[in-house]
Design a protein around this ligand. Structure first.
Ligand code: APR
Length: 240
């Protein structure tokens, strides 16, 4: 199977890669939907990762993100991130990396052009449209930090449930999914749209789709091959 996929990689003029939380699991970042250890196992996502939750309980949601930020700040890209970045460097213009991860590990591994569909947990933005008083220079510390004049809150620059994805990144990702010859779908449960839909787009546009995940996923139906493997172990040998 490894040789088959290697052959497909060699033949492909353009490769799109879609990654999810499983990509960073071996760096020590918990996934979302693991029944025992996943980030959503103790919480209902609607209680933390929505605008309504933040408005209702700003401190609780801010603290949860602060905890995740600390955890993420302490981890490093794994061999899977590194091998993707190295492949992209050796093959300029041939690979589009699309990630649902907000941990910045692809970028830290060297892929600063990764399309971060769900934003970046290390960054903040204003909750409400900034008014003339909302200046980055005068933000008052707090949980969450806020504008001392009008009280506008800072929030993590991630895409919450029910929010739109960054339009330019999504458009570039859709273009890559439509025009690639091969899509590698790595470490995502395929439950969250529109990201998961990119695998269907690639398949419908005639690309080969390879799913790399130790568990079955709903995206397996469009896969030419499913590799039940972990990202950090498998990608280095696949992309060497
Ligand atoms: N290598 C590859 N895949 C793995 C590994 C690994 N080492 N470990 C776990 N996985 C797989 C799991 O089997 C699962 O299918 O990674 C997937 C992780 O799924 P989720 O936790 O649902 O994460 P993801 O698909 O990225 O979630 C999508 O949902 O919660 C929102 O915005 C959040 O970006 C996130 C989105």
């Amino acid at each position: 199977m490894l040789e088959t996929v290697r052959g497909w990689i060699g033949e492909a003029r353009h490769i799109a890669v879609l990654t999810g939380a499983g990509m960073s699991a071996e760096s020590g970042v918990p996934t979302f939907r693991d029944a025992q250890t996943g980030l959503w196992s103790q919480f209902n996502p609607q209680d933390l990762a929505t605008e309504a939750a933040f408005r209702a309980h700003p401190q609780r949601v801010w603290d949860w993100y602060a905890h995740r930020r600390e955890m993420i700040a302490a981890v490093q890209p794994n061999a899977g991130h590194v091998s993707l970045a190295s492949f992209a460097q050796r093959h300029p213009g041939r690979l589009t990396l699309i990630t649902q991860n907000v941990d910045g590990l692809h970028q830290l591994a060297g892929q600063s052009d990764a399309l971060a569909l769900h934003g970046n947990i290390a960054e903040d933005q204003w909750l409400d449209s900034p008014r003339s008083c909302c200046s980055k220079e005068t933000i008052e510390a707090g949980r969450p930090p806020h504008c001392p004049v009008c009280g506008n809150l800072r929030r993590p620059a991630v895409v919450w449930f029910g929010e739109s994805l960054p339009a330019a990144a999504l458009e570039t990702a859709e273009h890559a999914a439509c025009h690639c010859d091969l899509m590698l779908v790595i470490g995502t449960s395929g439950e969250v749209y529109p990201a998961a839909g990119l695998a269907f787009t690639a398949h419908q546009s005639g690309a080969r789709v390879v799913v790399i995940n130790p568990e079955p996923t709903p995206l397996d139906v469009v896969a030419d091959l499913c590799l039940r493997a972990s990202a950090a172990v498998f990608l280095p040998s696949l992309l060497a």
